[in-house]
Ligand binder design. Structure first.
Ligand code: TYM
Length: 335
């Protein structure tokens, strides 16, 4: 807790030029609603991104672009601490220490490691394997109470809690044990691919029509949603086995702020053609002001630089005590 408010930490990898609609609905959109009630710390986690090979100049561009996307979605740099992970070296420092308090067997069980090793068989590096420890360090360094993420990060959060418990049981109450903050399934916890609605929407979808990017043009958004895979029942209803329709209803209800029930009523008796067009238009309309703000922020590189510089300083101020305490507990000489 900082002051009388609980602490929130979360981050997104700058691994492409635009985040996906899944990142937005599963995480970023919720961060915006939490920023008044909590002390929030949000990071552009570039150190995580290099677990997969990146082109250096492109990673730098993506990092600035993601910062601008954070702000364009409504994160307020005055209210929150917003910074770039690699600017705050304590993340790497704590990560090394916590690596020594994490078991190989625990990391072996991480499903994301298994998935990513399959996708990048040519580069199964040790960073990819120990990545969840870096994520645990991000969170524990700030004594975060809550971590707002999509459901795919749940296993990493459970590991974070296990590491925190282990460390605390050895050394006393050093870390706050964080709770996950995950939306309901029908509220964006896992937005599915438009082309394969049993798989998570992701930038690495083999079919580019499966994924909507936050910065996609309105006509592309509408076209991709028009082509979304549904079913042959032609009834707009949230139900078991209707993965494609469920996904579109979830997206529609999230971007229009209506309940699934009201959305079902709105589309009663309508065909999938009408439904998809409405969903596409609603998404495009929701993203339009965000995209406009994004363009404005990207024109103001000095401002973006001031945000990440101030953010890194503020992050260091918050993590200093925890870092010193950890070093002392493990037996390092601390001056
Ligand atoms: P990343 O960069 O893969 O994704 C960022 C956030 O977006 C969520 N998300 C989704 N939510 C719903 N539907 C989807 N299809 C979808 N795809 C992604 C993710 O759950 C995540 O919340 N390891 C993290 C980044 C990270 C982090 C942290 C998060 C590093 N350190 C500390 C929280 C706290 C990751 O790779 O997320």
């Amino acid at each position: 807790m900082i002051g009388d408010k609980k602490v929130i930490f979360s981050g997104i990898q700058p691994s492409s030029d635009s985040i996906t609609l899944g990142n937005y609905l599963g995480a970023l959109k919720n961060w915006v609603t939490l920023q008044d009630e909590y002390n929030c710390i949000f990071s552009v986690v570039d150190m995580h991104a290099i677990t997969v090979r990146q082109e250096a100049a492109q990673l730098r561009k993506n990092t600035i672009s993601l910062l601008a996307q954070y702000l364009a979605c409504g994160l307020d740099a005055e209210k929150n601490i917003i910074f770039v992970q690699s600017h705050v070296s304590e993340h790497a420092e704590l990560s090394w220490i916590l690596n020594c308090y994490t078991q190989m067997g625990e990391l072996n069980r991480m499903t994301q490691f298994k998935d990513k090793s399959q996708k990048h068989p040519e580069n199964i590096n040790a960073g990819l394997f120990t990545y969840p420890v870096l994520m645990a360090s991000d969170i524990l360094l700030y004594q975060a109470d809550l971590v707002p993420v999509g459901v795919d990060q749940k296993q990493h959060l459970e590991l974070t809690r296990d590491i925190a418990h282990r460390f605390n049981s050895l050394y006393g109450d050093v870390f706050t044990v964080p709770e996950p903050y995950i939306p309901e399934k029908n509220a964006g916890a896992k937005i599915m691919s438009l082309q394969n609605p049993t798989a998570k929407m992701s930038k690495s979808d083999p079919n580019p029509n499966g994924c909507i990017a936050l910065l996609d043009k309105p006509e592309d958004i509408i076209r991709k949603i028009k082509r979304a895979v549904t079913d042959s029942e032609a009834v707009v209803k949230y139900a078991e086995g209707k993965d494609g329709v469920n996904n579109l209803l979830t997206i529609y209800s999230a971007v229009t702020n209506t309940s699934i029930k009201d959305a079902e009523k709105e589309f009663e008796g309508k065909g999938y053609g009408d439904f998809k067009l409405k969903v596409g238009e609603a998404v495009a309309e929701h993203l339009k002001p965000i995209q406009e703000k994004y363009e404005d922020y990207m024109k103001n590189k000095d401002y973006l630089e001031s945000v990440y510089k101030n953010g890194a300083e503020a992050a260091r101020r918050v993590n200093r005590r925890t870092m010193a305490k950890v070093k002392k507990k493990v037996g390092f000489i601390v001056d």
